[in-house]
Design a protein around this ligand. Structure first.
Ligand code: MOS
Length: 704
């Protein structure tokens, strides 16, 4: 298969590529966009969760009487009286079914009340008694209980091996052999996880269950919940027109969604509302596992890599396995004839980890790019040049050609714009007032995913307007807007003549707003639907004419290694008296295929970079090993980068179109912005001070 033969039938870009303002912006700014907890509901009940105070054991008794005596409390559901669920593979969703406790913070009861306040006070009054068992809640290097999962998220091989790493180490003139650690991190979207649920009072009134859920995938909620609720998919409707961020934590339904459905079932006809508190999100919404990563880089004296070994130890939860794919990006990054990657998990009695922006690439590339910086120093080679020198001609493990690999161009463009040539390679050489100043660089990468299971529908309206419908989700990314641009070009009309409808499972099926694959997947379906529409209805269709379409096959997905790339540059100051690290400048240069909308894209890329900056300097969830829960469970103690931390952050991209990915020529931009950013920060900190920090985040105490 040649590149030519697998080219995607390209869309002629007119609206695509222009900075169209967010379609729903005015509604959000005016507070007129209703989020899941705010949707209109008649006489709603409110829920508040009671969470286990032990890490492992069983609920012996639940005394609900003090709560039930409180004014406004309607009911307390626990494992003895909650509606039964069908069994299912996703143990996280088997809520209130057994007395078993597998982590501190798990849902053991829910209070149903006439007001949010009464529910919360009721939850405080419920008395739960436990049989306590010993637990394990700490990830330690060298853990003898670690195991190899069958695969790592979402379906990559656990290990990889090419050539002979031992011989590479023997033959090498220079070896870097270090261990890097990355912390637990928690998704903190602005909108907490929330659901409003209503169970039909009688069988004739439409869907049995309607969920207004804050989710990245309305159809994903149904495919998870319908089987355990004993319902057909058509009997549930899920809506999420507006979502205040997700970062992966809303990619799958969580326990609170099930609790809402159960409480609604127990109170048919009455809507029930639940919103997690910020504190509860640290136990019930997924998070990024901590990692312990050993990196061995074996190189010749000129920095040419002979071998790469990346061994990852990380944790999962006893309740449900999640294996972060931390070493997978390493398989595609740099040329080296001898290669080895592996993932090992330790099962802990802790909350269930899940997706958090660039799961795998974020922690894995942090370690890889810190190790590359150490290799550059050991070889006396400029860090940009070291990366260029190890650029592979084909994917180093699959042997497939890369579709559109522009890493070198990103590095060169960034170095030029950032003034990299003026960097004195010696660490600690630049003092500006009370600040030691350093420059750091790191590469970024993210795979191109496109999900075929999407259908879009196009309908001609009056006045030359069109309705475009797909059950996709705009989680704050700009999806609603960019899909309108794609539809306009596919139909050959103006953006203003397209009404896009998303976020409702009654619309044609769509895959998750995840894997940076939303626009590529949904947009491809829209382009096909438009082509079908024009074929079926010609240039002057009648009002009400409808067509549907799904993404066409893309043979290049099987023949080429398709990834986005980027280069992150950071200028960091470290205060000589306090050790405080402060960002001074940051530049990301990305190759992500065609950029559909420069305004929303810049926001996505900068958002990722800022989150990566947080990963470099601030974000760290601290677990109390005695109880297994996260103690830094609010935004006062879990620090994310805020305005004062974010100075002069710029994202740019190469002007390009990827002929192998989809009709838009795009890849994805949701996640690549975070990748590499933390390493660029740590590398800049070394350059500023000469102190090598190998465990993130880079905090002030390291420099004192
Ligand atoms: Mo992203 S972590 O795939 O929502």
């Amino acid at each position: 298969m040649t590149a030519q033969a697998s080219k995607q039938d390209a869309l002629e870009p007119v609206a695509v590529g222009t900075p169209v303002a967010r379609t729903e912006g005015p509604l959000k700014v005016r507070g007129a966009a209703a989020y899941a907890f705010e949707v209109p509901a008649d006489d709603p009940l409110f829920l508040h969760l009671v969470q286990s105070t032990i890490a492992k054991g069983a609920v012996r008794t639940v005394d609900a009487s003090p709560a039930l005596a409180h004014e406004g409390v309607v009911a307390v559901l626990d494992h003895t009286n909650a509606p039964r669920l069908e069994t299912g593979e996703n143990a996280e969703l088997q809520v209130l079914q057994t007395p078993d406790v597998t982590f501190r913070g798990q849902v053991v009861a829910v209070v149903v009340a006439e007001s949010a306040e009464a529910a919360r006070e009721g939850a405080r009054l419920v008395v739960v008694d436990y049989d306590v068992q010993e637990h394990k809640a700490e990830l330690r290097g060298g853990d003898e209980d670690s195991y190899a999962p069958e695969k790592v998220n979402p379906a990559f091989p656990t290990d990889s091996s090419v050539g002979d790493m031992d011989r590479a180490l023997e033959a090498a003139a220079v070896v870097v052999d270090e261990t890097y650690t990355t912390p637990y991190e928690h998704n903190n979207p602005m909108e907490p996880h929330a659901t409003t649920a209503r169970w039909a009072a009688d069988a004739d009134e439409g869907p049995r269950l309607v969920l207004d859920a804050s989710t990245q995938s309305v159809h994903g909620v149904i495919s998870e919940l319908a089987p355990i609720l004993g319902l057909e998919a058509e009997e549930i409707r899920v809506r999420s027109p507006y979502v205040g961020g997700g970062f992966g934590s809303k990619g799958l339904p969580h326990a609170h969604d099930v609790v809402a459905a159960l409480a609604a079932r127990a109170n048919p006809g009455r809507p029930v509302r639940i919103a997690l508190t910020r504190q509860q999100m640290f136990a019930l919404a997924g998070y990024r596992t901590a990692t312990i990563q050993r990196f061995q880089l074996a190189a010749g004296a000129d920095g040419t890599l002979l071998g790469i070994n990346h061994e990852v130890l990380e944790q999962t939860s006893a309740l449900k396995e999640f294996a972060e794919q931390t070493a997978v990006a390493t398989r595609h990054m740099y040329a080296a004839p001898n290669r080895h990657t592996s993932h090992r998990l330790v099962t802990l009695d802790v909350a269930v980890p899940s997706w958090m922006r660039a799961p795998g690439e974020m922690p894995g590339m942090a370690a890889h790019e810190m190790a590359m910086d150490e290799l550059a120093v050991a070889c006396g080679i400029d860090p940009v040049e070291l990366r260029v020198r190890n650029e592979p001609e084909v994917d180093p493990e699959s042997g497939q050609p890369f579709g559109h690999r522009k890493l070198v161009e990103c590095l060169r463009t960034g170095a030029e714009r950032f003034g990299w040539a003026e960097r004195d390679p010696r660490p600690g050489a630049r003092l500006d007032g009370d600040w030691l100043v350093g420059l750091g660089v790191a590469s970024a990468t993210y795979p191109y995913y496109r999900q075929p299971a999407n259908t879009a529908r196009i309908e001609a309206l009056t006045g030359g307007r069109y309705a475009v419908s797909i059950g996709a989700a705009d989680i704050g990314t700009g999806a609603l807007t960019v899909l309108g641009q794609i539809a306009a070009d596919a139909l050959g009309i103006g953006v203003a003549d397209v009404d896009v409808h998303l976020g409702d499972s009654s619309l044609p099926p769509a895959t998750v707003a995840g894997g940076s694959a939303g626009t590529a997947s949904w947009g491809s379906a829209i382009v096909e639907a438009a082509r079908t529409f024009r074929k079926e209805h010609g240039a002057s269709p009648g009002v009400g004419d409808v067509s549907t379409g799904s993404p066409a096959d893309n043979p290049a997905m099987d023949t080429h290694s398709l990834h986005s790339f980027g280069a992150q540059f950071v200028e960091l100051g470290v205060n000589v008296w306090t050790g405080e690290p402060r960002l001074r400048r940051m530049l990301g240069v990305f190759s992500a295929g065609r950029i559909i909308n420069p305004t929303t894209a810049r926001s996505q890329l900068i958002g990722g970079m800022v989150m990566g900056l947080g990963g470099g300097l601030l974000e760290e969830s601290v677990r109390d090993p005695r109880f297994g829960h996260v103690v830094t469970q609010d935004l006062a103690s879990y620090h994310v980068a805020s305005h004062a931390d974010v100075r002069d952050v710029e994202a740019v991209w190469l002007d390009e179109t990827d002929p192998l990915t989809n009709p838009m020529g795009s890849r994805g931009i949701g996640e690549i912005g975070i990748v590499g950013a933390a390493a660029a920060v740590a590398n800049a900190a070394w350059h500023a001070t000469g102190i090598r920090v190998r465990d993130l985040p880079v905090t002030a105490d390291r420099f004192l």
